[in-house]
Design a protein around this ligand. Structure first.
Ligand code: ZN
Length: 176
């Protein structure tokens, strides 16, 4: 396998998400989220599967940038493309419907896609607890946490500590 796969995925994600920011008051660069998700996946594996870590770096490219599935396949191969597609919402649907579909589709994910999905939710929950979106009232933050827990509870077991880490992160919430 390509030794440079992970650096290529990191460079690709950084370029595609250039100019994107998280929603916190400091407008943290979006790439921080992608690196966090990739590290969570890599640390959770006993033996690192580079294609899964690459998919973690790329997990928001189809949803939030002009990247096409074919482009991912040409650069990173069919497995990475498939994993990113598994964790991508259908943006043509209204937001509420997409959120419900994440819950109903969660059990259908492959084990590897489940790892990326849960790591994504860990990163998002951490951000909501530690550097919440500036414009989200507490009710919206709470609703996000409840929804994320519902998705993760329905994801296939990953055989790693990711699920445990997710629910521990949620338990350590700093507001009631
Ligand atoms: Zn994400």
């Amino acid at each position: 396998m390509d030794d440079l796969l992970l650096l290529k995925a990191l460079a690709f994600a950084a370029e595609k998400h250039r100019g994107h920011r998280r929603k916190d008051a400091e407008a943290t660069p979006y790439i921080n989220h992608l690196v966090t998700v990739a590290l969570l996946v890599a640390e959770a594996c006993r033996k690192v599967d580079r294609e899964v870590v690459a998919a973690a770096l790329l997990h928001d490219t189809l949803e939030d940038t002009d990247t096409s599935p074919d482009e991912l396949e040409v650069v990173f191969g069919p497995r990475v493309r498939g994993l990113v597609e598994e964790v991508t919402d259908d943006k043509s649907l209204p937001k509420d419907r997409r959120k419900r579909l994440q819950v109903t589709h969660a059990p259908l994910l492959s084990r590897e896609a489940s790892m990326v999905k849960i790591a994504d939710k860990i990163s998002n929950v951490r951000d909501i607890l530690e550097r919440p979106p500036a414009r989200w009232p507490e009710s919206r933050r709470q609703a996000y946490l409840a929804w994320a827990a519902e998705v993760v509870a329905r994801c296939p077991k990953t055989g790693t500590d990711l699920e445990k880490l997710f629910f521990e992160t949620l338990k350590n919430r700093s507001f009631p």
